[in-house]
Design a protein around this ligand. Structure first.
Ligand code: PEP
Ligand code: MN
Length: 332
């Protein structure tokens, strides 16, 4: 980290500033002129606060504020193993209903997803809905039905957790999903950092890539290294789609971090007819996997029917994705 100090500073001000910086635990070098170089755990420092110190003109950070998530200190890809899936190494397909509705619904979709080649089954039981009057999920019963469908088909299951107090209910859930609305629920992130289970962390629709990686850092800092990131669209001025899929985030995230990154084209677009093209585009962009919502009767789905693919449409889209994966030299 560099600090540019005021010109012609009184020696006492300069001395006090250096002492103040050393007190934060970093080392301070003065190569000459108005520049101070800070080394050590500079990620612990808040650049905005440093800027307020007497004698400081500007602060320039050189390293990322997420040392554990950064690729610089960990050049090899992190691979998260769940069941037969090696997320970050082999392409991973997560599919299933937006919400678990009944035993028949989730079991039937699970069988079709397994046949179509999905490695993990998704299904929401605690749904963070924008309106308190829409279906909010079956809760504990939903998790039970999801886990039963997973056991029956041999698919590990993924479900969203919205509160650390729900953890006992998630005993049999293989991957804990943090939804876009909870990406900065820091108490939840800290608690998941103390767990051993993989965490699927979705990017908030209002977060930068840096903020997503700082959220991942909370989990890593707690000791849980099994973090999978997910791009699911950000909010822009475009109204045609539910969100705007930021596919450029995929190669950026590969450059910035060793963690795997998957793409959710369902919540990104909100429209079933756009899901297949965005699945294909995500594979082409180098995503490590996809999370897709599927329902055999989208018109009667209890949530997000407009963006659900039917199992047949999902299988057809997968066939096209496989061709793209082959074209870019990726196994699928
Ligand atoms: C979901 O995957 O069920 C979901 C609610 O997605 P998001 O958090 O990305 O909106
Ligand atoms: Mn949904």
């Amino acid at each position: 980290m560099f600090i540019l100090t005021e010109k012609n500073q009184a020696a006492a001000v300069q001395q006090a500033l250096r002492q103040r910086l050393k007190d934060t635990g970093v080392t301070v070098a003065h190569p000459g002129g108005e520049v101070l170089v800070l080394e050590g755990e500079t990620f612990r420092l808040d650049g905005e606060s440093l800027r307020l110190l007497p004698g400081v003109r500007a602060v320039q950070r050189l390293t990322e504020p997420y040392p554990l998530a950064a690729r610089t200190g960990h050049p090899e890809d992190t691979v998260v193993s769940v069941g037969k899936a090696r997320i970050g190494q082999d392409f991973c397909l997560i599919a299933g209903p937006c919400a678990v509705e009944s035993s028949e619904q989730v079991t039937s979709i699970a069988r079709q997803m397994s046949a179509a080649g999905a490695q993990l089954l998704r299904g929401g039981a605690f749904k963070p809905r924008t309106s308190p009057y829409t279906f909010g999920g079956l809760g504990a019963e939903g998790l039970e039905l999801l886990c039963r469908a997973g056991r029956e088909t041999g698919l590990p299951v993924v479900s969203e957790i919205t509160d650390p107090r729900q953890l006992p209910l998630f005993r049999e859930v293989d991957v804990l999903q943090v939804g876009a609305r909870n990406m900065q629920n820091f108490e939840l992130l800290r608690e998941l950092g103390r767990q051993e289970k993989p965490v699927l962390l979705k990017r908030s629709f209002g977060a930068t890539v840096t903020e997503l990686l700082q959220a991942a850092e909370y989990i890593l800092a707690g000791g849980n290294e099994r973090v999978i990131l997910c791009e699911r669209g950000i909010r822009t001025f475009e109204k045609y789609t539910r969100n705007t899929l930021d596919l450029s985030a995929v190669p950026i995230i590969h450059e910035k971090t060793h963690l795997p990154i998957i793409v959710d084209p369902s919540h990104a677009t909100g429209k079933a007819n756009l899901v297949e093209p965005m699945m294909i585009a995500a594979v082409a962009a180098g995503a490590d996997g996809l999370e897709v919502e599927v329902h055999y009767d989208p018109q009667h789905a209890w949530s997000d029917g407009a963006q659900c693919l039917t199992p047949d449409a999902f299988a057809q889209a997968m066939a096209k994705c496989r061709q793209v994966a082959w074209a870019i030299g990726r196994e699928m």
